[in-house]
Design a protein around this ligand. Structure first.
Ligand code: SAH
Length: 394
């Protein structure tokens, strides 16, 4: 099959020669014919040299690259890609683990599949297309995954309704694309969570904080803990498990608080150390005084695009300043940003500015990031989206 050809302007092939998986629209000189969003295209240099194959997209990213080799994009191609990703999760000790059965199976560019996220919940895979190109092949990829994973995969649920570009006009509807299953209990380091991929936020759960939640356990003994932006409560269970004296979970969403309470009951029945509150973070943080000596701040992405960068940095500074001002001496702050457009340095600057407002002595104990099942393609540094700091406040 000959693919339509996207020809780049002279000099614009450099980033592809360095395996960066995006072609920006400004780099395109011409396209061999009119394209539908999501179509496979071949990208060539101004001298007509083959560069890569990818999915065409309308917007500032014009092509998302899936292959730097001139190879047919057929079943074998996808078998190779998906097998590589599954093998990595096996190598990480996640697939087949007795203690953890929730993890990310496909992480977009990190697994050489830009525009595709697949999360694994104890036998159910949740498929989420973020680019139009990854949507029409969902049934084919689900079948291939089943072939590769056998009995460890029971069902695949497609949850692309809200993640496909709204202009694409394909009216996706969420639903099972391979067998079906019920919302279930998953395990993360032997702690249990009720996960509902149909009604929950994102694909159902914030898998990316697994290792950072585990680290909270290590610091919680005897501490009074605030878990701000708790969603399904993960940081709270690890704090309880680590011997915290008291744990308060806070989220603006009443559903999230309901979920947190259910999950705490699953793991720590009738544990009076835990309380949960529906509240806005900025209101709640105004008057916490010296009630806590371990605080977790894990806000949603304050900046979803470049234009929102400045206000987002201000928001990180403000909320962190509130924590620094009030946390008890000897307190530990776990603070995060999951905004892709906020770099590690920018986030650190915002947190530093927050610390400076409080005037307290602050030391960095750990610099945190996303876990290994959310790998970063070395040629795509933009994929490093989750960053965190653990700080000791004298
Ligand atoms: N820490 C969680 C994930 C947090 S996701 C975990 O480990 O699973 C971010 C959460 O922030 C969401 O649950 C969302 O409902 C909540 N949120 C968003 N804006 C908020 C606000 N202004 N105040 C409090 N919570 C907020």
């Amino acid at each position: 099959m000959t693919l339509p050809v996207v020809t780049l302007k002279s000099g614009k092939e450099q980033s592809l020669n360095r395996f960066h998986p995006w072609v920006f629209s400004g780099a395109v000189k011409f396209i061999s014919r009119e394209l539908e969003e999501g179509e496979l295209v071949q990208v060539v240099s101004s001298k007509k040299d083959f560069l890569a194959i990818g999915h065409f997209q309308i917007g500032s990213i014009a092509v998302r690259i899936i292959s730097f080799e001139d190879t047919p994009i057929d079943e074998d191609f996808w078998i190779r890609k998906l097998s590589d990703a599954v093998q990595l999760r096996r190598d990480l000790g996640l697939l087949g683990s007795e203690h953890t059965n929730v993890f990310r199976l496909i992480h977009g560019e990190g697994d050489g599949m830009p525009g595709l996220i697949i999360d694994y919940y104890n036998g159910t895979a949740v498929y989420q297309a973020h680019s139009v190109g990854m949507y029409p092949i969902r049934h084919e990829l689900a079948k291939i995954l089943k072939k590769i994973m056998g009995d460890s995969l029971k069902a695949v649920y497609d949850k692309s309704e809200k993640t496909l570009p709204y202009k694409a006009d394909i009216n996706p509807e969420n639903g099972y694309i391979l067998e079906s299953s019920e919302p279930c209990v998953v395990k993360e380091y032997d702690l249990s969570y009720q996960v509902d991929w149909i009604l929950g936020q994102k694909t159902g759960f914030f898998i990316d904080q697994r290792e950072n939640r585990k680290l909270v356990e290590q610091y919680s003994n005897g501490r009074d803990v605030l878990n701000m932006f708790c969603y399904s409560g993960g940081f709270s269970f690890f704090a309880l498990q680590g011997g915290a004296k008291l744990v308060h979970s806070v989220d603006a969403s009443a559903k999230a608080i309901e979920l947190t309470k259910q999950n705490v009951e699953l793991n720590f029945k009738n544990d009076k150390r835990h309380e949960a509150f529906v509240a806005d973070a900025f209101d709640f943080m105004r008057e916490i005084k010296d009630r806590y000596n371990l605080i977790v701040l894990d806000p949603p992405a304050f900046a979803k695009h470049r234009g929102a960068l400045r206000p987002a940095l201000q928001a990180y500074k403000r909320i962190n300043a509130k924590a620094f001002e009030q946390i008890r001496p000897g307190g530990i702050l776990f603070t995060f940003s999951c905004s892709q457009v906020v770099s590690k340095d920018k986030f650190r600057e915002a947190v530093f500015s927050g610390a400076a407002i409080s005037g307290r002595k602050v030391r960095i104990l750990h610099q945190l990031h996303q876990p290994a099942d959310h790998p970063i393609n070395i040629y795509h540094p933009e994929g490093e989206y989750l960053k965190g700091l653990v700080l000791y406040v004298d």
